[in-house]
Design a protein around this ligand. Structure first.
Ligand code: C2E
Ligand code: MG
Ligand code: MG
Length: 680
């Protein structure tokens, strides 16, 4: 029985009883309207609804809003004429409370003539619905620029809420994206797998899962999307599942560092070329940049990335427009060379590529020269598929290394020198700790609204006896690998705490100052790490909120469970957890909020530099979306790498609270930092 039927049945039942007694004292909201439209009786309840005691003898339609009067008159005469029940929804007014939304079951009044109404005040329900609609509009506006489409699905599996950015990302307006539409848009080959994953998450309260699959954009093109599902059916505020879906097409088919196609896209193109009738002769060259591991081990990951970027640029310079240059591994590129007149034509191509590496590369302040090793597969062998052809080229590459070719010899001597280098750095680092060659530099973190220093980030330096002041990138990777990072980390924390305690004791302006300390994920997995941190704080009599702990996104993702547990402990004790370099790990903020995080540091590649995200046309909305989402999650946001006033202004206008960068100050020694605090 519907609510409507129920209302009418109840009115009809009551009609008999009430008419029998003609009592005005019924506790039901009943009212009798004669056939001439005048009210003959109304109970107290009805009088309360309208806030009037003078209803008797007045015209019922006078209680109805102008806009609904015609409909109401029609219904009343219909009920009288047909002697059947009806349901009326109309608006009215209360002298003190204003507009009313009302519902009435209407039944013929029998021998009495006229009709009997049972009137219900549904004003509050209407307000609630309006409020809900308003909130949905508000939240959609808020999430319009978010990189995630957020869909909340109730237990009934209907879409309860779809966020604003839906149309930009998937092509469907939020209201269009029904469950059926969503299911149908999943690639048929992926559908079963995806729906099974969703179903598993639905059945497991508190579960989360991530699925990558193909999704058909409304325009018909295929996207690669990643959906992160969180089962929040046990949370009364959500009572459903949340789906965060983002377009990862670029990520799944391109190498983020060089922007080149990755293995997936290369295989796709190669397959197309193999099946096309008019491809002519072509070749696949897999090449390895031999110096890569050495650069990575000694100069760090950033330097290795720079080397690969520079090499990619040179490769593109020699490739014809119809060729594909892809990055297929850490230190590996693959060139699909098209339009070869004959099989022999691949040789000059390979020689040209070999020469590319012998010219110097500038990697930061260093110069690097490399060799390359290559493996080649030619179309003349009629490969059945792309995977087979690429595999053959890779096997040829391994053979080239084994054969003792000239490039192989270079590679092995580098392995020795790299090893020697590491051992040397390691020994020297041991000595550095003992000889107190490590230093801390302090870089100001300011509030963007007042440009006032709120704290410092402690950054490690190594005052090397012969090489001079070394930046962390030159020795931390070796420290990480050798385990020395624990001792260094302890030193940094102890030194930062001691320094802050001294400042707070001796400089009045330092009372609410904070220091942010960088942690390596290795530290988090050490025995009793949280306990040691808390004891160090206590020994220095520092409030727990005065030291902030910075961890990078990549570090967190390396050991998610272990990291989350230790951070949980530190945060619940009262320490502040900062997510450093946010945006460099290609991880969605929604995912990262699984970790206990208080502060988000947006990486400097978003803010400054010639290819900063902020200066690209699509970048600004992206940064804004990050800020919107972070703010709605209650996180404080710090922008790193602010070098110009303009960058500071833009970030502030978008709601970013704090900034760090050369504009406000470079990392400085403790004495200069002290002066800065006094001048605060
Ligand atoms: P980070 O934590 O993201 O630190 C910020 C880095 O950006 C610092 O480099 C800083 O000098 C640099 N920077 C600050 N403002 C600007 C600017 O306006 N423009 C530019 N281009 N750069 C700016 P630094 O000191 O070389 O540190 C590099 C990284 O080394 C740090 O990145 C941090 O991840 C790590 N690190 C530093 N000290 C420690 C430490 O004590 N322990 C651990 N585990 N890691 C550390
Ligand atoms: Mg940091
Ligand atoms: Mg950073």
């Amino acid at each position: 029985m519907t609510g409507e039927d129920e209302g009418i049945r109840r009115t009809a039942e009551l009609a008999g009883a009430w008419l029998a007694s003609m009592s005005k004292h019924s506790s039901e909201p009943l009212c009798h309207v004669r056939s001439n439209g005048l009210i003959s009786y109304s109970t107290k309840k009805v009088q309360e609804i309208f806030g009037r005691t003078d209803l008797h003898g007045s015209h019922f339609l006078d209680l109805v809003d102008d806009a609904d009067r015609e409909d109401a008159a029609h219904l009343l005469s219909l009920v009288q004429g047909s002697q059947r029940e009806g349901q009326l929804e109309f608006r009215g007014a209360h002298p003190a409370h204003g507009r009313l939304h009302l519902k009435a079951g209407v039944v013929p009044a029998g021998p009495e003539g006229g009709v009997l109404l049972r009137i219900e005040d549904v004003t509050q329900q209407h307000r609630d619905v309006d409020k809900l609609k308003g909130m949905v509009r508000w939240f959609r506006a808020l999430t319009r620029n978010s990189g995630d489409v957020i869909v909340v699905v109730g237990e009934d599996l209907g879409h309860r809420f779809v966020s604003g950015g839906c149309e930009d990302i998937l092509g469907y307006a939020p209201d269009e994206l029904t469950r059926q539409v969503f299911r149908d848009a999943i690639h048929p080959a992926d559908r079963m797998r995806v729906l099974l994953e969703f179903e598993a998450a639905r059945q497991d309260v508190g579960a989360t899962c991530e699925v990558i699959y193909r999704f058909k954009h409304k325009s018909g093109s295929w996207l690669h999307v990643e959906t992160h599902v969180v089962n929040r059916t046990n949370d009364p505020d959500v009572n459903g599942l949340i789906f965060y879906t983002r377009d990862v097409t670029d990520r799944t088919i391109r190498d983020p560092t060089t922007g080149l196609p990755n293995r997936t896209l290369l295989l796709d193109r190669l397959q197309q070329v193999l099946v096309a009738e008019d491809s002519g002769q072509f070749g696949v060259i897999v090449l390895q940049v031999d110096r890569y591991s050495f650069v990575r081990g000694t100069l760090g990951g950033d330097a290795a990335d720079l080397l690969m970027k520079a090499f990619a640029k040179r490769l593109l310079g020699v490739a014809a427009a119809s060729w594909t240059v892809a990055r297929t591994g850490d230190n590996e590129f693959t060139v699909l060379a098209m339009g070869l007149p004959d099989a022999g034509a691949i040789r000059p191509v390979a020689e040209g590529i070999g020469k590319l590496a012998t010219k110097r590369f500038k990697v930061g302040t260093d110069q690097v020269v490399s060799t390359v090793t290559m493996g080649i597969a030619l179309s003349a062998r009629n490969y059945p598929g792309a995977v087979e052809m690429l595999r053959d080229a890779q096997t040829a590459l391994v053979k080239a290394q084994e054969k003792g070719s000239s490039s192989r010899q270079v590679a092995s001597s580098e392995v020795i020198s790299r090893h020697a280098d590491k051992v040397r750095v390691e020994t020297e680092l041991h000595r550095a700790i003992a000889n107190e060659e490590l230093r801390l530099a302090f870089q100001p973190i300011v509030s963007l609204s007042e440009a006032r220093i709120e704290g410092f980030e402690a950054l490690i330096r190594w005052k090397h006896p012969t090489a001079g002041m070394l930046a962390p990138g030159a020795f931390l990777p070796v420290a990480e690998e050798s385990g020395l990072i624990s001792a260094i980390g302890d030193w940094v924390l102890a030194r930062s705490c001691a320094r802050l305690a001294r400042w707070r004791d001796t400089i009045p302006q330092a009372k609410d100052l904070t220091i942010s300390v960088n942690l390596s994920v290795k530290q988090l997995t050490e025995q009793d790490f949280a306990g040691r941190v808390l004891r160090t704080m206590e020994q220095n009599k520092l409030p727990l909120s005065s030291i902030k702990l910075e961890l990078t996104e990549t570090a967190l993702l390396e050991r998610p469970e272990a990291a989350a547990a230790v951070l949980e402990e530190l945060q619940s004790a009262g320490m502040t957890i900062v997510l450093d370099d946010f945006g460099t790990g290609y991880c969605s903020l929604a995912y990262l909020t699984r970790f206990p995080i208080d502060v988000l540091k947006i990486d400097r590649q978003f803010v400054s530099g010639s290819d900063a995200v902020l200066t690209s046309p699509r970048g600004k909305p992206l940064v804004r979306a990050i800020l919107d989402l972070a703010t709605s999650l209650g996180l404080t946001v710090v922008a790193e790498g602010i070098e110009t006033q303009e960058q500071a202004d833009v970030m502030r206008s978008m709601g970013c609270q704090q900034g760090q960068g050369w504009l406000f100050g470079r990392p400085v020694g403790p004495r200069v930092a002290r002066d800065l605090i006094i001048a605060r």
